[in-house]
Write a protein of this length. Structure first.
Length: 379
């Protein structure tokens, strides 16, 4: 049996003036909802200094983000409060389980369908009337709860794996802070530790594509947490001289030298088949005095981030990290043997991180399969 969502659930847009609400009331905006359902913190009516009307919600609702960039932000709160009017509180009726509804709406196929139905020029939104027309399979309540429990269990396993991956992603700089932060000892300007520094090859978008000869790293391949994402690799053609000058090899440090303020200065150690890199990235090779993994961990440590931040230059939109400023960073330099021991630990963590990431990809595939089977009545 299938039904219109509007026949088995109610989109409750009960608007309230923030001036008439207890300032300690919890407030959720779209920024507090994550894809996958997690609620990331909250504010209060008082701390958010709300000035426009909001919707009320309770622990019985499903919260549905209706803006196209935020479709897929579908959460199950465990508390009452008020939310942005770009979030629709959906109250399941007596024949619809809340957890089942949240899982159904969160399917990639339903998120894509919702995106295709959003309307508006600048910020496309899904209208409540359109959401009401969505078809949803409605088996018996006992079956809905069984399906939701299976999917909740699978999601719990994925969540644990994601937390482990996040911990591994940040382990090297955290360990650096534990071992080397605030240690008295030998310090050297970064410039004296650099053997070679080279800005990359400039290629327009029209000169990039899968039919070209050489892998080409752009700044989005350096992740926000200091790793390489070679799935983002594109390809370019290059002369023999350009290949000789702009090839990156295992162990090279890649520094993003031009980007938005929060992203400029991110770095990663390259590992993979030799390829080229673009002109928003600087390839850095170090003297025998230091290990590149050690320097990389330093750049992501608390002190490293502070020194990088103080050396950024530019406008509101485009910020640069110039070589002359980067060279003035003061680096603590312990014995090479100690650096190499730290580097070996980082290498072991990287291997484990890759294993966990692959397992998470399998978890994601299994979850997608379970979702599809569940709502076809095959579980």
């Amino acid at each position: 049996m299938t039904a219109r969502l509007g026949d088995v659930a109610l989109i409750q847009r009960q608007s309230v003036n923030p001036n008439k609400i207890d300032p300690n009331t919890i407030y959720l905006g779209l920024e507090h909802l994550a894809r996958g359902g997690r609620i990331i913190g909250h504010e209060t009516v008082g701390s958010a200094a709300l000035s426009s009307s909001k919707f009320t919600f309770s622990a019985k609702h499903v919260l549905y983000g209706k803006l196209r960039p935020n479709l897929g932000k579908i959460s199950r709160p465990t508390f009452s409060g008020v939310c942005s009017t770009d979030i629709l509180p959906v109250l399941p009726g007596p024949h619809l389980d809340r957890d089942y509804l949240a899982h159904y709406l969160s399917q990639p196929v339903m998120v894509e369908f919702a995106s295709s139905r959003a309307a508006g020029a600048n910020l496309p939104r899904l209208s409540p009337s359109v959401l009401n027309e969505f078809e949803i399979p409605v088996p018996r309540l006992e079956e809905q709860r069984r399906i939701a429990a299976i999917l909740d269990h699978a999601e719990t396993l994925r969540t644990k794996r994601r937390r482990l991956l996040a911990s591994l992603d940040s382990l090297a700089p955290r360990r650096f802070d534990e071992v080397f932060a605030d240690r008295a000892g030998h310090r050297v300007p970064m410039g004296r530790l650099i053997d070679e520094q080279q800005i990359g090859l400039d290629r327009r978008s029209s000169e990039q594509g899968a039919d070209r000869s050489h892998g080409y790293i752009k700044m989005d391949a350096i992740t926000r947490d200091g790793h390489m994402d070679l799935a983002r690799l594109t390809y370019v053609n290059a002369s023999v001289d350009e290949v000789s000058k702009y090839t990156v090899h295992n162990g090279d440090l890649l520094l993003n030298t031009r980007n938005s303020r929060e992203l400029v200065g991110k770095s990663a150690i390259f590992h993979g088949l030799p390829c080229l890199y673009n002109n928003n990235i600087s390839r850095i090779r170090f003297t025998e005095q230091v290990d590149s993994r050690y320097i990389h961990a330093f750049l992501w440590s608390r002190e490293g981030r502070r020194q990088l931040e103080s050396r950024k230059s530019g406008t509101t939109n485009v910020v640069a990290m110039y070589a002359k400023d980067f060279a003035t960073i003061s680096v603590p330099v312990p014995d090479l043997e100690e650096q190499q021991a730290f580097s070996a630990m980082v290498a072991a963590v990287d291997i484990r991180r890759i294993q966990v990431r692959r397992s998470l990809q399998l978890d994601d595939s299994l979850f997608a399969s379970l979702q599809a089977r569940a709502f076809r009545g095959e579980l």
